[in-house]
Write a new protein. Structure first.
Length: 191
């Protein structure tokens, strides 16, 4: 375990974009495996990331390849947070594929390793991805969150996202049901 994450040291995370990540062969070669570890651990602990069971390594590797391919095409942004060259968080947005929705993107995952939570990593990732969206000309950035994910919803609200809809008891995790909360950030108002 990284001492910077478990001791009183509060190292600031370094945020890399897709180009920076893929230009470092060592980090790029470890990224999918490290992302899998974070995502699987979080899902195992009950996190609301879109999976009921932890994703497989192959599933995460495929997801990483798809997001990196989309980022190279200008249809996505990926951010990876590192402390001492150890991945502690990741997030991405994807541009909508429907032609009438192309000016907009969906923030699909913000995941922070349990040992790094509460240290501003999620805020830094979300802020960086929002800046990337603005720079890419995205007009509206959307996201959805499970209704019981109060920490994430509070974070998104603090960064200017507003709730625009809710599907009651829509998310099924075994016998449990949770609201699906839709949020948006209208970047056109900032132009």
């Amino acid at each position: 375990m990284d001492p910077a994450l478990t001791s009183g040291v509060t190292a600031e995370p370094v945020l890399l974009d897709a180009d920076e990540l893929t230009s470092d062969p060592e980090l790029e070669s470890r990224f999918a495996k490290s992302a899998h570890r974070i995502l699987a651990d979080l899902v195992r602990a009950g996190a609301a990331l879109g999976w009921v069971e932890p994703p497989s390594r192959d599933e995460v590797a495929d997801l990483v390849r798809q997001v990196l391919r989309a980022a190279r095409a200008g249809d996505a942004a990926l951010r990876a947070a590192y402390v001492d060259r150890r991945l502690v968080g990741l997030g991405y947005w994807l541009r909508y594929s429907r032609p009438t929705h192309r000016p907009h993107a969906d923030l699909e995952k913000i995941a922070v390793a349990a040992v790094a939570q509460g240290r501003g990593v999620g805020r830094a990732l979300t802020a960086a991805l929002t800046a990337d969206a603005r720079e890419a000309g995205i007009e509206v950035l959307t996201l959805d969150a499970r209704g019981d994910n109060t920490h994430a919803l509070r974070l998104y609200r603090s960064l200017g996202f507003t709730e625009y809809g809710r599907l009651p008891a829509f998310v099924a995790v075994g016998v449990h049901r949770y609201d699906k909360v839709f949020c948006m950030l209208d970047l056109r108002r900032e132009s």
